[in-house]
Unconditional design. Structure first.
Length: 221
């Protein structure tokens, strides 16, 4: 039996796909912002001298890096309410994605911090800066430039991971595509268009990140 492609039903609902794509980007941006904050604090804790801090930070990284994201999403949506923490489906997904990304970014930032020359701290102290000022004005900017490629790859990965939000009915791109598929039975057409939207968006994000890396590399020279 032959299959005739007919994209008419998909184009009629294309605005829903675009809306879902926009929500996917918002989810990724919010998660990467929160994840960066978590990862930065965790990275400093992992490189600090107090053993309890290093142990707590290491435990967090180990647990969340070795737990599948889908498990974290389902736990935050179904289990947390049983423990008295009630969140909307969107907020529960952002929480899971942020904690997941924070664990990976902690290792990215830790590698960046270890790569900052130790003389930078001494230089900051020599001109009268406090440890907090040295971190904010010297160490963190140098570290961020070094880890920007890995940070960009993590963001693109998070954008693709937002497709897992469909498991708890968050109306992002994959959820909207699945809804169109169920309503129209145009399986190939729906997923071809959804895949194209993911590919084009990831390509644009990667190009923008490469331009940012190039500008920062020029600024260093």
């Amino acid at each position: 039996m032959g299959y005739t492609l007919n994209f008419a039903a998909v184009w009629r609902n294309f605005d829903d796909l675009v809306w879902g794509l926009g929500l996917s980007l918002v989810l990724a941006f919010v998660a990467i912002a929160i994840g960066c904050a978590i990862g930065l604090v965790t990275a400093f804790a992992r490189t600090s001298k107090p053993l309890p801090l290093r142990w707590l930070a290491g435990t967090y990284v180990t647990v969340f890096r070795n737990t599948p994201l889908l498990v974290l999403v389902l736990f935050s949506f179904f289990a947390l309410p049983q423990m008295g923490f009630r969140l909307s489906k969107t907020n529960s997904f952002v929480l899971a994605l942020s904690l997941y990304s924070g664990a990976y970014l902690a290792e990215v930032f830790r590698g960046g911090l270890l790569g900052v020359p130790k003389g930078m701290r001494e230089a900051g102290l020599a001109i009268g800066l406090t440890d907090g000022q040295i971190r904010r004005r010297i160490i963190i900017p140098i570290m961020l430039r070094a880890v920007l490629p890995a940070l960009g790859s993590t963001f693109i990965g998070l954008f693709k991971d937002t497709s897992l939000a469909a498991a708890i009915a968050v109306p992002e791109l994959t959820f909207e595509a699945r809804k169109i598929n169920v309503e129209t039975f145009r399986v190939i057409e729906t997923w071809l268009v959804a895949s194209g939207l993911y590919i084009v968006t990831c390509s644009i994000l990667a190009a923008l990140l490469r331009r940012l890396e190039a500008r920062l590399s020029v600024a260093r020279t």
